[in-house]
Design a protein around this ligand. Structure first.
Ligand SMILES: [Ca+2]
Ligand SMILES: [Ca+2]
Ligand SMILES: [Ca+2]
Length: 164
């Protein structure tokens, strides 16, 4: 029952600000935040909220664990790959049960955290170098480079020589 004279309120997320979350590599990771809960000042049916997740770029990477139970939990639907996509923009909708239904929207950015799943790869699989037989000590012979697509320490490459 709604107090007479009160205007119907829309469900609202705290501060109405974009919220962030993060997820590592594998599927089924859960992401939750108090920011994901919307408040509806109405009472009864008008304030019973159902949550829905929307995304422009990728609708299959994330899902809601429950549409109408608290806490609101996002989970990954499949394994993510930071080297392909390092963040996702989602919209969380809170829909009340009143007539007409009213909706509050929260923007969520999910950053994909790096795991060390990339291996250093040399620019060439075989380098052929030559050096004169009388070359003095410390003569440069060949320059090689390997790259690793991971982030930070996971992608920092150091080199070692081993004898065959
Ligand atoms: Ca990867
Ligand atoms: Ca790596
Ligand atoms: Ca990685």
């Amino acid at each position: 029952a709604e107090t007479a004279g009160l205007k119907r309120q829309r469900p609202d997320f705290p501060a109405g600000q974009p919220a962030g979350g993060s997820a590592g590599g594998r599927a089924g990771r859960r992401i939750s935040s108090p920011d994901f809960l919307a408040a509806d000042p109405d009472q009864g049916d008008n304030s019973r909220l159902t949550y829905r997740l929307e995304s422009d770029d990728d609708e299959f990477s994330f899902a809601l664990e429950n549409s109408n139970r608290r806490p609101v939990v996002l989970k990954t639907n499949r394994a993510l790959d930071r080297e392909k996509t390092d963040s996702y923009s989602l919209r969380l909708l809170a829909v009340d049960n009143g007539r007409p239904q009213r909706t509050g929207t929260l923007s969520i950015t999910v950053l994909v955290l790096d795991i060390n799943d990339e291996t250093p790869v040399f620019e060439k699989s075989l380098y052929v170098a030559s050096v004169p037989e009388n070359a003095p000590k410390n003569t440069p012979v060949v320059t090689v480079r390997a790259v690793d697509g991971d982030q930070g320490a996971n992608g920092r490459v150091s080199y070692r020589i081993s004898r065959e």
